[in-house]
Design a protein around this ligand. Structure first.
Ligand code: CO
Length: 143
């Protein structure tokens, strides 16, 4: 059910420095920028082959990403796997005893439906499941 790595999220305190660094590293500027006000974050996406790098830049001091940066500093924040059906994977993982942070998909950056699993479910790595918002997964009739 895991179709690949959609993106790797990297927390960055200084957005300009992060964008400059990844533009140099990947050799091309960002393909998408989006503020997700609900999460207090700006997501800046760089394309690297079939996957993306998602820089996460805080837009306010009380956001989860700000708290992460305050304790851990810049660096790897999460890995996002592309799946066909986020809800089905959540249900399956919960049944297997994994700790979830979201019990159903919600809208994320870059027109994705996303859900997060607690780092304890993946050996200390915050794990995101995502699917394109236009592909809402199999319809009940096709299951
Ligand atoms: Co993400």
């Amino acid at each position: 059910m895991f179709a690949g790595i959609d993106h790797v999220g990297i927390a960055v305190t200084d957005g300009d420095a992060g964008v400059a660094t990844y533009t140099r590293l990947i050799g091309r500027g960002p393909v998408h920028r989006e503020r997700v006000d609900r999460d207090g974050v700006e997501a800046v996406m760089f394309e690297a082959g079939d996957s993306f790098i998602e820089l996460l830049i805080p837009t306010r001091g009380d956001s989860a990403i700000s708290r992460f940066l305050a304790t851990r500093g810049d660096g790897l924040h999460h890995i996002a796997y592309r799946v066909d059906d986020v809800q089905a994977v959540l249900d399956e993982q919960r049944a297997a005893g994994a700790r979830l942070l979201d019990t159903c998909p919600r809208s994320g950056a870059n027109r994705r439906m996303v859900a997060f699993m607690h780092p304890s479910a993946a050996m200390g790595v915050l794990t995101e499941l995502c699917m394109s918002a236009v592909e809402t997964g199999p319809t009940p009739e096709s299951r």
